[in-house]
Design a protein around this ligand. Structure first.
Ligand SMILES: C[S@@+](CC[C@H](N)C(=O)[O-])C[C@H]1O[C@@H](n2cnc3c(N)ncnc32)[C@H](O)[C@@H]1O
Length: 429
């Protein structure tokens, strides 16, 4: 045992998947990969911010509920935090994240059983790459760092996505300089690979030709380019499509939607199916629905089979894709699609008077402004979909204070092994 190693007992399991115990002088230590009740040996690392961390060296006394991780990169790669939990412990932990968020917001609700998605079902990923002395590393970043963990396996992502890593690694070895970094946004849509590469430098003619050849040889359906961001602004520039070899079409409720590059899709097909089933089951046939934060129509089009749906989203390209799909499929009379920033300009209580029900599925920041308008409205049913229990709980509190009753919260584990969890809940008045 070296000087900076200590043995501690883990008392609790935190929302980020870290075990939490007390080190020297009673200081709180967070330890990735450790479970409540375990005695572990850790190396105390320099405090990042206010909270010191311990790096797990050895589990001295394992707790019940410990599982063997599926991935050899677990605890090095920052992608997964919970492969060391067995199914029962894992479910309790994920449901507990939602229950704690609701309790903190003062919302009383039942949290239902965790609906699981299969392994190897994540269909979208941001891959990071860096040129090292020995080649190019491609994978996710290590936890709390920009170090790229070279991915030799990944039990979380779809096989088609993982299969793209090797050709990407070989291509980047040809085109990026020593120490240079790159990123790839990769999405598998109905078996087709939609890829946007973020590379240093500019998109000159030579790079275009190389990207076209790479995309064709790697069996990619569409390949685009974006400048590698130095700040967030560069990422906000729309990607430039370099080659489209075949169409990228998602199918929602049986209706094909031609997606723009980097279009939002739920993280897995199984997650999307579970969410769609929960949303549609919460809403009666024949009613008028406002689908808020509708994206390219994941819920709009299945709902529109038997309802009138007005869809709103802040991304004009997604709204255009949804509009075109609805018209092409003859749903033009039952679906409208409008680009609108719902944070700055939520549908007002007066506008909401046109609807029997509303669905909202905002980004991680939640839908506070829209929830306030819904709370003042007469809308009978509101179905909330969320990937962030904390902002969901805040928005739920607003709806409950406005007179809605919250039904059971359904957790859907579409971000398997990570600290994230998706959920659906219906509110009625
Ligand atoms: C979690 S996604 C859900 C999309 C869709 N419901 C689905 O399941 O595919 C969140 C959506 O919110 C949209 N969005 C983000 N900020 C927004 C804003 N301020 N106003 C309106 N829409 C916004 C994004 O374009 C994205 O489509």
């Amino acid at each position: 045992m070296s000087d900076n190693e200590i043995d501690i007992v883990i008392s609790t399991l935190g929302a980020r998947g870290d075990g939490c115990g007390r080190g020297a002088e009673g200081r709180t230590l967070f330890v990735a990969g450790a479970l409540a009740g375990e005695r572990v040996r850790v190396v105390v690392e320099d405090a990042v911010g206010a909270v010191p961390r311990g790096r797990l060296v050895e589990v001295l006394e394992p707790a019940p509920g410990r599982a063997v991780p599926d991935c050899r990169h677990f605890l090095d790669c920052g992608g997964c935090v919970a492969q060391h939990m067995d199914a029962g412990l894992y479910e309790n932990w994920k449901r507990g994240i939602i229950a704690d968020a609701l309790a903190q917001a003062g919302v009383a609700a039942n949290v239902g059983p965790l609906q699981r998605v299969p392994k190897a079902s994540r269909r979208r990923a941001r891959l990071f790459a860096v040129r090292t002395a020995t080649g190019v590393a491609v994978g996710f970043q290590a936890s709390g760092s920009h170090r790229v963990v070279d991915m030799t396996m990944c039990p979380a992502v779809e096989p088609a996505l993982f299969a793209f890593v090797a050709p990407l690694r070989a291509f980047l070895a040809e085109v990026i300089d020593p120490s240079a970094r790159a990123e790839a946004e990769v999405q598998v849509v109905d078996g087709a690979l939609d890829v946007v590469l973020r590379l240093p430098g500019s998109l000159d003619w030579g790079m275009c030709e190389r990207l076209v050849a790479f995309g064709r040889d790697a069996g990619v359906a569409r390949i685009g380019w974006q400048p590698l961001a130095r700040g967030r602004r560069a990422k906000a520039e729309p990607p430039e499509t370099v080659a489209a070899f075949s169409a990228i079409r998602a199918v929602f409720g049986g209706i094909p939607v031609a997606l723009p590059p980097l279009a939002f899709l739920q993280a897995s097909v199984a997650g999307e199916c579970a969410l769609t089933a929960a949303v549609t089951a919460s809403l009666a046939d024949g009613i008028r629905v406002a689908d808020l934060y509708a994206g390219a129509g994941t819920f709009t089009l299945p709902l529109a089979k038997t309802r009138h749906v007005d869809a709103f989203d802040g991304a004009p390209d997604l709204i255009a894709a949804l509009d075109a799909a609805a018209r092409a499929s003859g749903l033009g009379t039952r679906v409208t699609a409008t680009a609108r920033d719902l944070e700055r300009r939520p549908l007002s209580a007066r506008e909401l008077a046109a609807y029997d029900a509303a669905v909202f599925d905002p980004p991680r920041g939640g839908a506070e402004a829209q929830a306030r308008e819904l709370a003042r409205s007469d809308v009978g049913t509101v179905v909330a979909v969320s990937c962030n229990p904390a902002t969901f709980a805040r928005d739920a509190r607003i709806l409950v204070d406005g007179g809605y009753e919250i039904g059971p919260v359904m957790p859907i584990d579409q971000f398997r092994w990570t600290r994230h969890v998706e959920l659906v809940a219906a509110f009625r008045r």
